[in-house]
Design a protein around this ligand. Structure first.
Ligand code: M6R
Length: 612
């Protein structure tokens, strides 16, 4: 949420900043701006995307070897030119970019107004830069000390970069609950919200910790201190990211590329963790906490959005295969309802970005209550990966499309392996079934590839439902979370109102909505409760609903009743979600495209939600 990029070195900053902003645009695209110093401090910003900024900045003075850039996801103040970042202090000397929310901004603003400050924007960020200015001029402080003094007065979350016109050889960066990474190059430093803009400049990075302030200078100095002024030794890590992973690679959209990558990313997630030839699954992250998880009173899964849906699939998996009770919580609700969490509970956080503020807060609460924290994360080195006691990366590579696809199948792959591994260790699944599941997991990438081959038919179905105003997604058992995920995918990128329901719940309310204009997508691959699903479909047809059924290859009953059927390969029931979600991703993609929506950057959304 909001992309931050900054540069200090010997090269011209503008192309580096613009390129960095393009890489970060998935974090927010309400407005974009840059500030560059070259004797004067020039700030250019406007509503819209990075391309709008490029047009706006054309033929302006873009000279300078120090600067910062920002792409915004609006929190305080509507998306317009004035609220766009960077924001300047009243005296024009200081400039800031910010990701996060300053919660006590209203009180601070009042005090600053009394002290004679005037504000032009509606943002909390402008308040912060005025506060830094006030403290700098009161104490005649260097910029880093003014930043430190100001942050001591701030309540909220922030990742910031500050630049001082009177001190043009220095950038100051700080973080609390919003990510920030420093890239160490040859005679230069880069700063960014995540590593994606850094990879083309350097592989050496330092992830700032909460409560740290970094100062980087043109002569190659880097100093990190805590907000209470204790010097920290920076931990330099090597990045494991490739530029190709962040490009579209010939696809029209990142989402499409990421959908098509899934045979590879699922295999990548299983690499070194599953060997069908030798008949084993081992999830390394579990090794250090196997006993604690096996004997846990409960597994509490905390996540948001698509990751929460992966958590729901895990509830079925862990309860059926490993007989461990599971509760799946929206992280935002868990955090604020005084939950009962004890030392014998294990809290599993699932997050693609590893930076989701709600999930992080839930983990902090669970940590205070003594639970073991396990993270299932994609972004290496992210905050959730670092706060948890143990965990596993899903290794699906950067996911850039705002709609999560390959991260979901990566999460479900990992969770399936965990449940099978635990079930076998606990003796809750027999060896023969264990081996069947291991073998079947290895077949999943090929089966996903086979579904992708049927995308033409799905594209045709998309053309038939693209004008609908509403859609219903139904599924039972393992396919219920997939119904929710299908509905989320459709609504977030095509803006069609969509609901996911357990198929049997339909008769308790949603059935009232069904008429000839309502597409009802039924995920009907279940072996258990098959007849019940058939009845549910009959109930929809009796009310003239348009049924799109996802069935197992060779199925012959539903195919005759449904208006459209999409066949997917057969698999063991606990592994069905890994296949049944794929047609829904493709369907949403095509519907959104046919409706002229921006598939990769849907309105009002951002990839990484770092505000609560
Ligand atoms: O990075 P996370 O997995 O923690 O993100 C959670 C949600 O914000 C995310 O899944 C969101 O719902 C996606 N846009 C869904 O496609």
């Amino acid at each position: 949420m909001c992309g931050i990029v900054a540069y200090i070195g010997k090269k011209q900053a503008y192309p580096i900043l613009i390129n960095g902003l393009k890489r970060l645009e998935y974090r927010g695209y309400d407005s974009a701006g840059i500030a560059i110093q070259n004797g004067t401090l020039n700030v250019y910003k406007c509503k819209g995307k990075v391309n709008d900024l490029i047009k706006h900045a054309q033929s302006k003075n873009l000279e300078g070897t120090i600067g910062m850039g920002h792409t915004r996801w609006a929190t305080h103040g509507k998306p317009d030119d004035i609220n766009a970042h960077p924001h300047q202090s009243g005296n024009g000397r200081l400039v800031i970019i910010h990701n996060g929310i300053i919660e006590n901004y209203a009180v601070l603003k009042e005090t600053l107004i009394k002290a004679g400050h005037t504000f032009t924007s509606q943002t909390d960020t402008e308040v912060l830069i005025h506060l830094i200015e006030e403290l700098q001029s009161q104490g005649n402080l260097p910029v880093e000390e003014a930043v430190r003094a100001a942050l001591a007065k701030v309540v909220g979350a922030y990742a910031i970069v500050v630049m001082d016109r009177e001190d043009p050889n220095k950038l100051v960066a700080a973080r609390k609950a919003s990510p920030l990474v420093l890239g160490i190059g040859q005679d230069e430093f880069h700063i960014a919200s995540d590593a994606t803009p850094l990879v083309e400049h350097t592989n050496n990075v330092v992830y700032l910790n909460d409560g740290e302030i970094a100062v980087v200078t043109r002569d190659g100095e880097m100093q990190i201190k805590t907000i209470d002024n204790k010097v920290q030794t920076p931990f330099i890590q090597e990045l494991d990211l490739k530029i190709e992973e962040m490009e579209k690679g010939g696809y029209e959209h990142f989402m499409l590329k990421e959908i098509y990558e899934q045979p590879k990313t699922i295999a990548e997630c299983m690499r070194g963790r599953l060997n069908a030839g030798e008949g084993w699954i081992r999830v390394g992250g579990l090794a250090t906490c196997m006993e604690r998880i096996s004997n846990a009173d409960r597994l509490i899964i905390a996540a948001c959005g698509t990751s929460w849906h992966a958590g729901l699939v895990a509830e079925y998996l862990f309860e059926e295969l490993a007989r461990i009770p599971v509760e799946v919580e929206y992280a935002s609700e868990l955090r604020y309802r005084n939950p009962i969490i004890g030392k014998k509970d294990v809290v599993i956080a699932i997050s693609q970005s590893g930076e989701t503020a709600d999930t992080l807060s839930a983990l902090e609460l669970a940590k205070d209550k003594g639970a073991l924290l396990y993270g299932i994360v994609n972004s290496v080195g992210s905050s959730i990966a670092r706060i948890t006691d143990a965990g596993s990366y899903i290794h699906v590579g950067p996911e850039i499309g705002v709609a999560s696809t390959k991260a979901f199948t990566g999460q479900v792959t990992l969770l399936s392996m965990m449940a099978i591994h635990l079930g076998y260790r606990k003796g809750t699944i027999p060896k023969t079934y264990y081996q069947t599941l291991v073998e079947e997991m290895e077949n999943i990438p090929n089966k996903v590839a086979k579904i992708l081959e049927s995308s033409k038919k799905i594209e045709y179905i998309a053309s038939e439902i693209k004008d609908a105003n509403n859609a219903l997604f139904l599924g039972r058992g393992y396919n219920f979370p997939i119904a929710l995920e299908g509905a989320l995918k459709l609504k977030e990128i095509s803006y069609i109102h969509a609901e996911g329901y357990p198929a049997a719940e339909m008769k308790h309310g949603p059935i009232a909505l069904i008429d000839e204009n309502m597409p009802v997508i039924v995920i009907a691959t279940n072996k258990s409760a098959y007849e019940k699903i058939v009845s549910n479909i009959q109930e929809v047809k009796a009310r003239k609903g348009v049924v799109i059924a996802i069935v197992t290859e060779g199925e012959s009953v539903i195919s005759k009743i449904a208006d459209y059927t999409i066949e997917i390969p057969d698999t063991e029931e606990p592994l069905t979600p890994l296949l049944s979600v794929i047609p829904l991703q493709i369907l949403s993609y095509h519907v959104a495209l046919m409706r002229g929506c921006n598939v990769d950057q849907p309105r009002n959304l951002a990839k990484s939600v770092t505000v609560e």
